[in-house]
Design a protein around this ligand. Structure first.
Ligand SMILES: *Cc1c(COP(=O)(O)O)cnc(C)c1O
Length: 367
């Protein structure tokens, strides 16, 4: 039987893309804040309901640039239960990551664990809205205010997520997005940094273009992290169909939930009232004793049937060679993240997944 992949990219109509490519070819302006770049920044601000957004060439460079822009140094409190880029962005800035454990229901940084991890060297907190589930932003920011810390949210999973009609991306000092092929909304590769005022937006625009503030003036040791016109045009087309894609993902999520709710030993995440979810991932957590099979046994059984899940996030970032000697990386400091990393499988989730495919996934899991 055909392979069911864990993800599949949202692609714009090729004919429409071709029209925009012809336009770019005729203008001969292919990067450096061209018209499609400007249009996409504006369209994303409108769609995401945020005041200022700067486009990037991927979702890792906005993290690195945010830390530069806010002049973060010393130690930053973060989560081990994420994609490696979160922690790598700290490493690339010479910052020591300090891992704290997560909440077992949301998979996000546990606010109860933050204060004990603060030292005189702590300058910021970098939480992740894991799987697009909102962090406890109020408690995180109350702690940040009390200790004078900055907050940078890695919101790579949280495209379009809103709480009571307000964008989740407006929280903290800055938030970052990834528009990688595997995300809910993609620009092939791409990303963005969301900031709260125009002065900061201007500074980010300098930093992502080598620090150029004018023809001959360099105001900072910036990097090259710009998005080009081809991907900005592609992004404009994909934005037109992202609501439809999220709605289709919701149908898949509801189908999974409906069929898995009575399966002993399988836990999944439910929608939160007042939150507009984006259904970016569908993680399930296997209690081996109750389910009668370990996570890995199920994962490989699915794989044998050409149904690909992904053990996301396993292994924890804190177990990688770069980080495992850190004191905070000790598994005894991270019992919940360590357990969930052993229990999780993300099921296939994308807008073009057919009901027949969903049923094939479920056939492997429901007993
Ligand atoms: C995808 C992702 C990133 C990195 O984004 P890229 O666009 O792949 O560079 C960072 N953080 C998290 C949590 C991600 O899932």
């Amino acid at each position: 039987m055909d392979k069911i992949t864990v993800t599949s990219p949202l692609l714009p109509d090729l004919g429409e893309f071709d029209e925009l490519l012809k336009d770019i070819w005729s203008k001969k302006w292919i990067t450096n804040n061209g018209t499609y770049h400007q249009q996409l920044e504006k369209a994303l601000c409108d769609y995401l309901k945020v005041p200022y957004l700067s486009l990037f060439t991927n979702g890792t460079l906005p993290l690195i640039t945010a830390l530069q822009a806010l002049r973060i140094t010393g130690e930053v409190i973060t989560t081990p239960y994420s994609f490696v880029a979160t922690t790598h962005s700290l490493w690339w800035n010479g910052i020591k990551p300090v891992f704290v454990d997560i909440n077992p229901v949301t998979c996000n940084m546990d606010p109860d664990k933050i204060e004990a991890a603060i030292t005189p060297k702590t300058t910021a907190i970098m939480p992740v809205h894991c799987y697009g589930m909102p962090c406890d932003v109020e408690r995180i920011e109350a702690i940040a205010d009390k200790y004078g810390l900055k907050v940078i949210y890695d919101a790579a999973h949280a495209f379009g997520v809103e709480i009571n009609g307000k964008s989740i991306l407006e929280n903290g000092d800055m938030s970052t997005l990834s528009f990688h092929a595997t995300k809910v909304y993609n620009t092939l590769e791409g990303g963005a940094l969301i900031v709260n005022d125009d002065k900061t937006k201007k500074r980010i625009d300098y930093l992502k273009n080598f620090g150029f503030a004018g023809e001959t003036e360099i105001v900072a040791p910036g990097i090259n992290a710009k998005m080009d016109e081809v991907r900005a045009a592609y992004g404009l087309l994909n934005l037109k169909q992202v609501d439809e894609a999220i709605a289709a993902r919701k149908v898949v999520a509801e189908c999974y939930r409906d069929s898995l709710k009575d399966v002993k030993g399988i836990r999944f995440m439910n929608d939160i009232s007042g939150v507009r979810h984006n259904y970016s991932y569908f993680p399930i957590f296997i209690n081996a004793e109750e389910y009668g099979m370990t996570r890995d046994e199920l994962y490989f059984k699915m794989k044998d049937a050409n149904v690909l899940g992904r053990r996301y996030f396993y292994p924890l970032i804190s177990t990688f060679s770069t980080y495992r000697s850190l004191e905070s990386a000790n598994p005894s400091n991270l019992p919940i993240a360590t357990r969930l990393a052993e229990e999780v499988i993300c099921l296939p989730m994308y807008s073009s997944l057919s009901m027949e495919q969903v049923n094939r996934v479920l056939f492997e899991i429901v007993k």
